[in-house]
Design a binder for this molecule. Structure first.
Ligand code: BES
Ligand code: ZN
Length: 617
């Protein structure tokens, strides 16, 4: 029996010579406040998922078969669920029915699914279906897609929404491999955060395999009228057929980005790197789903000026997907490092000046957020304090830009070469594992700073990580192109806009200009600016958002039809929040915002409408 069991386990896990570390089975012992499970008792190792996608009922119906390991002879294994209907749970290949319990629902965390197990239990089969309002899922009508012919389904699992479409142990410190079989209507194609086939299947059945151990927040599925176009031998684009060409043009540098990233921080370990261009209601700019980054179509500006989002999501293949924040309190490890890595890729592929401009724009938005939150706000610490709160509510520039500025501070202190060597080792040593902030700081101090207290003090590690605000040893940022714009804006009222028009041509420059405009613009000036730069009808969503905020601030009515169109078409939260926030500052604006929102809301993902609901309440 023992031998059989061993053989069985070997078959399940593939090669038994792989170490626990390689399999990603080493657990981080730190408690995670956002999962109801206890992975140190009994933990998941592999998922066999079977799903049927029903657009008519907006339901996923499925069976999640989990291969588990009962680590401490536990009497039960716990899964996270949120708004799932559980039909039945069975044990083993033989599928013995078992009596499960579903705890009372917590409004943030959902409900724990408790399944009794024995020491030797290795397979748990959960039969379930999702609810139409599942937090991770967005069901789009044909009208909401680019092609307008077929419906579309997309998922967004980060940070704690995977549990709303798959019963799982939903913490970033818990990793597993997965296989999936997904049945979709025959005209549609399914893709996942795994190896993808690039082709439509006549049967409407798709098989997926993710052979690298990933955390649950990287589970992802999209279903729609999709086609694939390669960029080079290991990169490519999935998009609706009408978008495919434009997308392939925009992301032509993807292959180069991967090669560049590898030169910086070591081999890309996931096989292929593809991107999926989604309908505009996708709530984020990008999501680093393994093998297949999910992207908003708003990064397709036509001139490749917003492709740093791709560099960012690609960088997560190291900082995030390979070495993962142990809990959402450590999210700056994911996003801060990725922002740093992103700008290093941008610097290599597009030049130093481009990277510097993006750095300045990043620092600007960090300063704005600090001013808005107040520099003593505890939510401005790098290490998050999110227990009892929805980790989604805390997403902002702190993890990204304060995290970035911290790493830049370290870079200044030790030099780029030493930092790069350290990071390469760090990704290698911790591959397919998670890290807490504290674990990272131990490596930093011992491996990069050679335990030098003087160096650690000069960097002011503790202030950066555990204190609010931003320490005053943050490296200065600046760009020559932007300095030129400053000097021209200084003379803004003394001369026609011709010189400004000649010097402000790129997307970055336009964004910077908009951020530096006088605060007391008069109507004629807004009209003149719009005439010179055509901001209102720009096809660049970053420029549109920045300009619309200025337009609203100054009651520039000519922009309102375009703003309304934008708000009803685009569902990217990063754009919606500043526009609605500016609108609701006046009573009149708030009334209009609510009117527009009534029409726009059906087009938003739950991630976006939950935020805007709270804003407009
Ligand atoms: N992983 C994030 C998106 C995310 C973070 C989703 C936290 C849910 C919780 C992704 O990598 C990201 O940072 N996207 C950015 C783009 C990036 C260039 C700053 C976005 O969506 O705007
Ligand atoms: Zn990111």
């Amino acid at each position: 029996m023992k031998v059989l069991l061993l053989l069985f386990t070997t078959l399940l896990f593939g090669c038994n010579q792989q170490s626990a570390r390689q399999r990603g089975t080493q657990l981080n012992s730190v408690p995670d406040p956002h999962t109801l499970t206890d992975p140190s008792a009994a933990v998941v190792r592999h998922l066999n998922l079977e799903l049927a996608v029903d657009f008519a009922t907006k339901e996923l119906t499925g069976k999640a078969s989990w291969v588990i390991e009962n680590l401490s002879n536990s009497k039960e294994i716990v899964f996270d669920t949120k708004n799932l209907s559980i039909q039945k749970v069975t044990i083993g290949k033989e599928e013995h029915d078992v009596k499960f319990a579903l705890d009372k629902q917590d409004s943030i965390l959902g409900s724990a699914l408790r399944v009794p197990v024995e020491a030797t239990t290795t397979i748990i089969n959960i039969y379930y279906n999702t609810q139409p309002n599942a937090g991770a899922l967005q069901w789009l009508a044909p009208q909401q897609t680019a092609g307008k012919q077929h419906p579309f389904l997309l998922t967004q699992s980060q940070p704690i929404l995977a549990r709303s479409w798959i019963p799982c142990q939903d913490g970033p410190g818990i990793r597993f491999t997965y296989n999936a079989t997904v049945r979709v209507p025959p005209a549609l194609m399914a893709v996942m955060s795994a190896e993808n086939k690039q082709q439509r299947s006549d049967s409407g059945i798709y098989y997926f395999k993710q052979t690298k151990a990933i955390p649950s927040y990287l589970l992802a599925l999209a279903v729609g009228d999709l086609a694939f176009q390669p960029i080079d031998s290991r990169t490519g684009v999935y998009a609706e057929p009408v978008t495919l060409k434009k997308a392939a043009y925009e992301f032509a540098d993807m292959g180069k980005m991967v090669t560049t990233a590898e030169k910086l921080y070591g081999p890309y370990r996931w096989g292929r790197y593809d991107v999926l261009v989604l309908p505009p209601s996708f709530p984020y700019g990008g999501m680093e789903n393994p093998n297949l980054t999910f992207l908003t179509p708003t990064v397709i500006a036509g001139d490749r000026s917003l492709v740093s989002v791709v560099a960012h999501e690609l960088a997560h293949s190291w900082s995030g997907n390979l070495v993962t924040n142990a809990t959402w309190n450590d999210m700056w490890l994911n996003e801060g490092f990725t922002t740093y890595f992103e700008r290093r890729i941008v610097e290599e592929v597009y030049g130093v000046e481009e990277a510097k401009m993006q750095e300045v724009l990043g620092r600007q938005s960090l300063s704005a957020e600090l001013a808005d939150k107040g520099a003593s706000n505890k939510d401005t610490k790098l290490k998050g304090e999110l227990a009892g709160r929805d980790p989604d509510a805390a997403i902002g520039d702190i993890a990204y830009e304060k995290g970035y500025a911290f790493i830049r501070t370290i870079e200044e202190a030790v030099g780029r070469n030493k930092l790069d060597t350290f990071l390469r080792q760090y990704f290698d040593k911790n591959a397919f594992q998670s890290q807490t902030t504290e674990q990272f700081l131990v490596s930093l101090k011992s491996e990069l700073l050679d335990n030098s207290k003087t160096l650690a003090d000069s960097i002011r590690i503790n202030d950066w990580v555990y204190q609010p605000g931003i320490p005053n040893n943050a490296p200065a940022v600046g760009s020559n192109a932007f300095r030129k714009i400053d000097s021209l804006v200084f003379k803004f009222r003394d001369q026609p806009l011709t010189e400004l028009r000649q010097n402000v041509t790129s997307t970055n420059e336009k964004l910077y200009l908009i951020s530096r405009l006088p605060v007391d613009l008069i109507p004629q000036e807004l009209i003149a600016l719009d005439k010179a730069f055509a901001f209102t009808n720009s096809g660049n969503a970053e420029i549109q958002t920045a300009w619309y905020v200025v337009a609203i601030k100054h009651g520039y009515r000519a922009a309102y039809p375009a703003i309304e169109k934008f708000l009803t078409r685009v569902g990217r939260r990063k754009f919606l929040v500043p526009i609605y926030t500016e609108l609701i500052k006046t009573a009149e604006g708030k009334t209009w915002a609510k009117e527009v929102y009534k029409r726009a809301r059906p087009n938003y993902h739950p991630v976006a409408y939950n935020t805007i609901d709270a804003l407009l309440r």
